[in-house]
Design a protein around this ligand. Structure first.
Ligand SMILES: N[C@@H](CCC(=O)N[C@@H](CSS)C(=O)NCC(=O)O)C(=O)O
Length: 698
């Protein structure tokens, strides 16, 4: 059986509160360690109290009153030897009746025997005679509540004494076992005493437990508070005391300043000690942020504003000592480097913009070249034959006229050389140069692949062919020579026409675009993209050219000569079998089946015969920058070693025809002056963009 408190159903809010409070049902007297139990019927408010203690009568009466109960009985389990019952006193205070077993021999309003029922409200208390501790011991049972009030018969882990007051251990044992322990297991036992303060200890333990929880909670709160405090303190700027400033490791310097103008101002900072210069007249040596330490010999670090003003005086002119934080200066070398980078980039941007502009004119120049070549083709052949001098060529680009048919207009003697990529195509008098002595159809075009400046002395190979042009002894450098049909020229013509057509189409497109209302921003974007494309392409082209020139420059003449000899030995007997590696168009590698195409049909770009019609080039007809470079022309000047090294400007055909005064024009004039055997050749000097003659800043 459990032990615990018992309450009846309360009859009001007070009653309910009473019923819910376990302690409220147990009234303890610490002096005698006696429990008293207040039972009440919540419905009627009738209450009874078991084993009241005299010293607690007032307390109990007040409680009954507070709870709104009507105390009906003050019931005793036995006649107590350790305390005087409070029944009589409660009887006076509350009007209740006292109850005790008849066997006790004590006075009371009601004497009971086993089997009697004591009713309060709707409840009923059964009576069990349990003598042993005393003869008149009576236990009270409330069956509906499942509880028993045992008095001193059964205590907590013990029982009442039997050594006095008519005590009988035998009877006690029998009654405890037969009448109490026989009750259902779920019955709760409420004894009259707790000599070991079990309940007190339980309550103490409960309180300690609650206290522990409170303490833990408090500790948690304290920790949280500390953390919050730490965060608050951290967010606070550190006080700029001199100690903190110096210990922070920041670079500092002290300055003695004579503020001769008196034009300065200082102010304090929020939550910070000291005075700081706010502004100062330039030249006084004061700067914003200076911490003022001394004025006219007096330390002012802890002075008030008024005191500071007093030390300064009205004029503001004073001698000061200030503390200044050093700013980290960017090294001059780094600044210079950045400036240089900036300037270089500016130059490069400007340069590339000009390149783009020039490249936009390349197509027009191609047309000019075409016209010029046609003029050159009709010049006397002696101009070509008299040119026996040599020139070193690193890059040759000449638009060639068609190789004429023997039956048409006599070919010009002027050597016409054109290059595309590493291939040089040479026509003399409208006929190809024969490099290997083979008897070739006169309308063939010789194409020479220049490889790393290997020299071939063409004169040695072509001394006696009147219809062939002997290149100057120091002329073309070649490692591979291929002789193709004159389809090269045809295809050149074809491409020129296609380019022109393409240009016209694009021009029409542009015009249509202008007519169509468009968003200005989109226009700008497209233009920008176009410019970027041109810049990018040209940059790659320049790199290619410089790389090529660099290779060329590094190689010596001796090695070149040696390579040339090796190359000659390697040349196949029929070099026509060597496939052209011209990068520009694959069409050129396709041999034309007929070489009798007339000049007229070729220049018109429309083959009137049954020739294999060249397919359009795969590459877009837009002039690539590489091609633009390869198409640059300079003068083929005899013995022009110095000219070879000189970056030469592009010679426009118009100017070459008229004879200009520029260095390149002079060269051309010179060529004419020596019989007019002039080829247009450009020397690309390394690290210079030969095509435009501008210095390239890298
Ligand atoms: N041991 C008690 C002394 C008081 C006492 O004797 N109480 C009686 C009941 S009242 S007459 C008793 O039976 N006690 C049981 C016991 O085991 O002592 C004390 O510690 O105060």
């Amino acid at each position: 059986m459990d032990t615990g408190s018992v309450v009846s159903e309360p009859i009001s809010a007070h009653h309910r509160a009473f019923a819910k409070q376990k302690s409220a049902s147990m009234l303890f007297d610490t002096e005698s360690s006696t429990y008293s139990y207040l039972l009440a019927d919540a419905g009627t408010g009738e209450a009874v109290i078991i084993d009241p203690v005299l010293e607690q009568a007032k307390r109990d009466a007040q409680l009954v009153k507070d709870l709104g109960f009507k105390l009906k009985y003050a019931i005793n389990t036995h006649m107590h030897a350790d305390h005087i019952t409070g029944s009589g006193w409660l009887r006076q205070l509350t009007g209740c009746q006292s109850v005790i077993a008849a066997a006790s021999g004590a006075k009371a309003d009601r004497h009971i025997v086993e089997g009697d029922h004591i009713a309060f409200g709707r409840h009923s208390i059964d009576t069990l005679a349990t003598p042993g501790h005393t003869n008149g011991c009576m236990s009270y049972v409330i069956k509906e509540q499942g509880c028993i009030f045992t008095g001193d018969t059964l205590l907590i882990r013990g029982c009442g004494r039997t050594d006095f007051q008519e005590g009988s251990a035998k009877h006690l044992y029998q009654n405890v076992h037969e009448k109490i322990f026989s009750l259902p297991e779920n019955y709760r036992v409420y004894p009259a005493h707790d000599y070991n303060n079990i309940d007190i200890r339980i309550r103490q333990a409960e309180l300690e437990y609650a206290l522990g929880r409170e303490e833990l909670q408090m500790l948690s709160i304290v920790e949280e508070a500390r953390a919050l405090q730490a965060r608050l303190e951290k967010s606070k700027p550190e006080a700029q005391t001199l100690y903190n400033i110096i210990s922070s490791g920041v670079a500092l310097s002290l300055h003695a300043v004579h503020a001769t103008s008196g034009r300065w101002a200082a102010q304090q900072r929020a939550d910070q000690p000291g005075f700081y210069v706010e502004w100062a007249l330039e030249g006084d040596g004061l700067y914003k942020g200076d911490r003022i330490l001394e004025i006219n010999g007096r330390l002012v670090t802890s002075k008030t504003k008024e005191e500071l003003q007093k030390h300064v005086g009205n004029s503001g002119k004073c001698q000061m000592v200030v503390l200044r934080k050093k700013t980290v200066a960017i090294p001059q070398k780094q600044l210079d480097q950045e400036k240089e980078n900036n300037m270089r980039l500016q130059h490069r941007i400007s340069y590339l913009e000009e390149q783009v502009h020039d490249l936009q004119n390349v197509k027009e120049q191609e047309q000019h070249q075409q016209q010029q070549h046609q003029q050159l083709r009709h010049q006397p052949q002696q101009q070509q034959t008299t040119q026996s001098n040599s020139a070193h060529v690193t890059s040759i680009s000449i638009s060639s006229p068609p190789s004429p048919s023997p039956t048409t207009t006599p070919p010009s003697d002027k050597p016409l050389i054109f290059q595309r990529g590493n291939y040089i195509t040479t026509l003399v008098g409208g006929k190809p140069i024969e490099l290997v002595g083979d008897e070739l159809p006169p309308a063939h075009v010789t194409k020479t692949l220049i490889k790393e400046n290997t020299h071939i002395d063409l004169r040695d190979r072509l001394p006696h062919h009147s219809h062939l042009y002997a290149m100057p002894s120091k002329s073309l450098s070649a490692s591979k020579i291929s002789i193709n049909s004159d389809s090269a020229y045809m295809q050149q013509q074809k491409r020129d026409k296609e380019r022109q057509r393409d240009r016209h189409e694009r021009q029409r497109d542009r015009e249509r675009e202008r007519e169509r209302p468009r968003d200005a921003l989109q226009q700008q974007l497209q233009q920008q993209l176009h410019r970027d494309h041109l810049r990018s392409t040209h940059a790659r082209s320049v790199e290619h050219l410089n790389h090529y020139n660099g290779l060329e420059r590094r190689r010596g003449d001796v090695s070149r000569q040696s390579e040339a000899q090796t190359l000659r030995a390697r040349l196949p007997s029929d070099v026509r079998s060597v496939k052209s590696l011209d990068f520009d168009s694959e069409n050129e590698s396709k041999p034309m089946t007929t070489t009798t195409t007339t000049t007229t049909s070729m220049t018109s770009g429309e083959s009137r015969t049954n020739h294999v019609r060249p397919t359009p080039p795969k590459k877009p007809l837009r002039l690539s920058l590489q091609r633009a470079q390869s198409l640059q022309t300079v003068e083929l000047h005899p013995c022009a070693e110095h000219d070879r090294k000189r970056p030469m400007k592009r010679m426009h055909h118009n100017s070459s025809a008229s004879g200009g005064s520029s260095p390149s024009d002079e060269g051309q004039g010179h060529g004419h002056g020596h019989g007019g055997s002039v080829a247009l050749i450009e020397n690309c000097s390394p690290m210079h963009t030969a095509s435009l003659g501008r210095h390239k800043l890298i």
